[in-house]
Design a protein around this ligand. Structure first.
Ligand SMILES: Cc1ncc(COP(=O)(O)O)c(C=O)c1O
Length: 376
């Protein structure tokens, strides 16, 4: 059953010109060559395997499309989120450029990125100091510490912890491994986003040929990473891409509305913790601002309903992980949104299930069952 969420909003991107070729300006941020390099490195890591690309026929039928493919990042290494591909890859690149002796890396996180950086630092044998904000659950902070990192709590929101980690890095000579970029800080976030492009490469090699992609946005790095790969490769023939955010953390939506970088209109208070970002990544926005077809904002209740409906078919999806699917289900239930996005009974829809139960306590509270009880 599809429930309607009348507060959800869809905005088609008037600055997106699909005939625009992926040019030098875009390639200087992310490229197919960079994606191939990331894939070559990551596929050498112990325990690497492409995550499952699962077809969800009952959801496709309920939504009136031919196919829904769910790329299940709950199975990504020991981290249960796609973030391993970005943060840990950027740490590896850093260590390749510097001698590992005495290196310390730092970052801010809502949970998953810091876990990836901590894991990457542990693999490289270097120190990590990870900044979390007050809203990050204890379970998520503990999971970061379990990879040997020092965890520090600073500030009320993600953007506060970004500033705290930047200040500590400047004071101590540490290296920031941020998933967001700002003027003058670009190389590391490029490596992070380039790692995310591996998701799109895996989908392709698994036979996924979507007509539509719904992908959740925090700072926009994931969306930019997967967009770049298909845009450079397929040009105007690429799938229609919709970026989905929580309505309280809609910085990409607001930026699209204004036609330039904007902060979120909401107070960032959302259960979709990984998406609770108030400011877009500068570099991600340079790609999304002209390359993404549409932006959506959705309420928390839509994510919770989707987590429960996935659990009913044995799929474990975390709060932030299901946002793209939640956005798609809302669009599918609205005649107006279907028309705007060109969703038809022939559409093949890809969503990125970007995390499993990264905090099992939160998962159980929202779904009413433990992740182990729901599925693998
Ligand atoms: C589970 C999950 N999905 C999606 C995202 C969004 O990624 P980005 O901030 O690169 O847009 C995050 C970010 O932390 C996340 O943790």
């Amino acid at each position: 059953m599809l429930t309607e969420f009348p507060t959800a909003r869809l905005l088609t991107n008037r600055l997106c010109d699909r005939s625009l070729a992926y040019g030098e300006a875009q390639r200087s941020i992310l490229s197919l060559a960079g994606a191939a390099q990331a894939q070559a490195a990551i596929s050498q890591w112990d325990g690497y395997a492409p995550t499952p690309l699962q077809s969800l026929p009952s959801i496709a039928a309920a939504c009136g499309v031919a196919e829904v493919l769910y790329k299940d990042e709950g199975h990504r290494f020991a981290l249960k989120s796609f973030k391993a591909l970005g943060g840990a890859y950027a740490v590896e690149r850093l260590v390749a450029e510097h001698r590992a002796d005495g290196l310390t890396v730092t970052c801010a996180t809502d949970g998953n990125h810091g876990r990836a950086v901590a894991w990457g630092a542990q693999r490289a044998g270097i120190r990590a100091v990870i900044y979390v904000h007050e809203g990050v659950s204890q379970g998520r902070a503990d999971a970061i510490a379990a990879f040997g990192a020092e965890v520090r709590r600073e500030g009320a929101h993600y953007d506060d912890s970004v500033r705290a980690s930047a200040a500590a890095a400047a004071a101590n000579g540490w290296h920031i491994i941020s998933d967001t970029s700002w003027p003058g800080y670009e190389e590391t976030p490029k490596a992070v986003m380039q790692g995310y492009a591996v998701l799109a490469m895996e989908v392709e090699s698994q036979g996924g040929r979507p007509t539509h992609v719904f992908v959740q946005g925090g700072v926009g790095g994931l969306a930019a990473g997967v967009l770049s790969y298909r845009w450079e490769k397929l040009g105007a023939a690429r799938p229609v891409m919709t970026v989905v955010e929580p309505d309280e953390a809609d910085c990409l939506y607001e930026s699209a509305k204004a036609g330039q970088l904007r902060t979120a209109s909401g107070d960032l208070d959302t259960i979709m913790a990984g998406l609770a970002c108030g400011e877009p990544s500068l570099l991600a926005w340079e790609l999304l601002g002209i390359g993404a077809d549409a932006f959506m904002s959705i309420p928390d209740a839509a994510a919770i309903a989707t987590m429960r409906d996935l659990a009913a078919i044995g799929v474990v999806g975390g709060e932030s992980g299901v946002a793209g699917l939640a956005g798609f289900r809302i669009a599918a239930a609205s005649a107006g949104m279907r028309a705007e996005l060109g969703l038809t009974p022939e559409s093949r829809v890809l969503v990125y299930g970007t995390e499993g139960a990264t905090d099992p306590v939160v998962y159980r509270a929202l779904v009413g069952r433990s992740p182990e009880d729901v599925g693998p």
